[in-house]
Design a protein around this ligand. Structure first.
Ligand SMILES: Nc1ncnc2c1ncn2[C@@H]1O[C@H](COP(=O)(O)OP(=O)(O)OP(=O)(O)O)[C@@H](O)[C@H]1O
Ligand SMILES: [Mg+2]
Length: 286
């Protein structure tokens, strides 16, 4: 990426979120600055309560920013009206830890996928084309569209549901995907599959992924850049190699002591970007 001209995709300056006031005040995100570039895979790593989800919600525009500015594609973001917000969401989407939480459980699965097509301006497409698009999206995540039609979200397993979330992203093709601990609630086997699918999708669409995790080892494997978050602040950031093989902040060092073999740089460098970037035939459970 270094030789090409990098396009600034999402940036923030002094971004802050304060909940409550007086004695009950919580500064969840505390004056963070960031510049994320098109196509990058960034991880934000921090312990529980460090402010990761709050930052994600601010980036998405689901919660207000107490102080600071967020810019999207080089322009200060304007999401003051519902219409502008909907426009913004064409470019930025999220998948969350609990896939069921982001769905209206009374909406059938086809309507969830149809909404995505409509959102991308496909409302007037012939029905057959829409079905083709939904079938393709489902097969990308190894689901069978015919088996899903007329089902409700609660009729799917957690892993299937998370794959459906990825099918949504496949249809929406946003510029930015925020993935907030998308694999922490599913078993290890589905977890590898989900990660593989995200990497494939990134390869196909060139979208930027912001991967939120408490797992610094995983962040190392998947990301170009890593931001370490402690109590609402970024205490360290840089390329995955810089931050993880040569950590400077005490907090980063502490996170690394919890990871077995993380101090073995040779082994990490050797394996890095191999497992997750190879073709998907290796993924289990597909
Ligand atoms: N709606 C809210 N009202 C009040 N405080 C909140 C609210 N949402 C989050 N907080 C507080 O903000 C801080 C950051 O929470 P946040 O959920 O962003 O952390 P996190 O890094 O995502 O944690 P986890 O890894 O457990 O998901 C916490 O102290 C939390 O209690
Ligand atoms: Mg969280």
């Amino acid at each position: 990426m270094s030789s090409e001209k990098r396009e600034l995709c999402l940036s923030g300056s002094g971004v802050t979120k304060v909940f409550g006031f007086g004695d009950k005040k919580t500064v969840a995100v505390d004056h963070v600055d960031f510049d994320f570039y098109t196509g990058e895979l960034i991880s934000i790593v921090g312990e529980s309560g460090s402010g990761k989800t709050t930052l994600v919600k601010m980036l998405l525009g689901l919660t207000g920013v107490t102080e600071g500015d967020i810019s999207f594609m080089g322009q200060k973001r304007d999401i003051r009206t519902h219409r502008k917000k909907k426009e913004y969401w064409k470019g930025i989407q999220a998948i969350f830890q609990d896939p069921f939480s982001s769905f209206n459980i009374f909406h059938k699965i086809d309507s969830v996928l149809l909404d995505c097509i409509n959102m991308r301006g496909g409302r007037r497409l012939p029905k057959e084309t829409k079905i083709e698009m939904m079938t393709e999206a489902c097969s990308f995540v190894n689901l069978k569209f015919e088996e899903l039609t007329n089902k409700y979200p609660f009729e799917l397993s957690g892993g299937q549901m998370q794959r459906l979330m990825i099918a949504r992203i496949f249809l929406l093709k946003p510029k930015i995907l925020l993935a907030d601990e998308p694999t922490s609630m599913i078993d290890a086997c589905s977890r590898a599959t989900i990660l593989d699918m995200l990497m494939d999708l990134r390869r196909e669409t060139g979208m930027m992924i912001i991967f939120i995790t408490h797992d610094i080892g995983l962040a190392y494997y998947v990301s170009d850049s890593v931001y370490i978050m402690e109590r609402g602040r970024f205490v360290e950031y840089g390329s995955a190699d810089e931050v993880i093989l040569n950590p400077k902040a005490e907090y980063t060092k502490r996170l690394l002591t919890d990871v077995p073999k993380i101090h073995d740089p040779w082994e990490f460098s050797r394996n890095k970007r191999y497992d997750f970037r190879k073709p998907p035939e290796a993924a289990d459970g597909k």
